[in-house]
Design a binder for this molecule. Structure first.
Ligand code: PEP
Length: 248
């Protein structure tokens, strides 16, 4: 039985004042029947982890694959852990696009994060053009093969399926489209890692999840939760998504 997960990606949003949203979330949903993860900007990780206590896990949004060194502006997995993070999102489409991150980069980062004791949320997803030319499953299969390192377990790996064209756009795939990709990801995980890892890894859907569509999405097969951008910034909206997940 996979424990469901509601993960929030704050992206480059959030100042110290916004920690009040987290405090409110922790108070109302800290004992919800699902895992809750918030990935604020790196500047807030330390304070966020003390504000949230045990009820909400805190994660980074990226890390370097090296432990230390001459990498101005980057952050290592150890640094995230030292600041209080337990997870890190890797291979988000915005990182892949803004920073030219390849599957190989993502795999090296994931390996470094796991070696530092972090759990990884590895993102995959197709562009609109790739979907319209019927290449979605080929793209996702390639991203999974190239981005997930061999060292994963069902405990330290979460996969997020995030169609690029659905991120921040208000457009959402049909439930059948979501189900087809999640079933495919599950099959690929089982094929590569066997039933142990393959069946215990959580697969999250991400892309314009909001209170009004969350319950339907959580009813789809192999959807174990959501990675939420915009709607995770407000405790009230994210709380409704958590409630929908916990009762799904
Ligand atoms: C995301 O960036 O991971 C995301 C899913 O964003 P949004 O929920 O705003 O579409």
């Amino acid at each position: 039985m996979r424990r469901k997960m509601a993960a929030g990606n704050w992206k480059m949003n959030g100042l110290q004042d916004n920690l009040a949203e987290l405090e409110a979330l922790a108070q109302s949903y800290g004992d919800a029947d699902c895992d809750i993860l918030i990935c604020p900007p790196a500047t807030l990780i330390h304070r966020a982890s003390s504000v949230c206590g045990d009820g909400i896990a805190i994660g980074g949004q990226d890390c370097h694959n090296a432990e230390t060194g001459a990498h101005t502006g980057d952050i290592s997995a150890q640094m995230l852990k030292d600041a209080g993070a337990t997870h890190v999102i890797l291979g988000h489409s915005e990182r892949r696009e803004d920073h030219n991150e390849s599957d190989n980069h993502v795999r090296l980062k994931a390996r470094a994060a796991i070696e530092s004791g972090l759990k990884v949320v590895i993102c995959c997803g197709e562009s609109l053009e790739e979907r319209e030319t019927n290449n979605t499953l080929d793209i996702i299969g390639g991203q999974l093969a190239g981005s997930i390192p061999d060292q994963v377990t069902g405990e330290n790996l979460v996969v997020a399926y995030e169609p690029i064209w659905a991120i921040g756009t208000g457009k959402v795939p049909t439930l059948d489209q979501i189900g087809d990709v999640h079933d495919f990801i599950r099959a690929r995980l089982v094929r590569r890692f066997g039933d142990g890892v393959g069946l215990s890894t959580r697969i999250l859907y991400g892309g314009s999840v909001k209170p009004s569509n969350a319950a339907d999405i959580f009813g789809v097969s192999n959807v174990d939760g959501a990675l939420v951008g915009g709607a995770s910034l407000k405790a009230e909206d994210f709380g409704q998504i958590i409630a929908a997940l916990a009762s799904s």
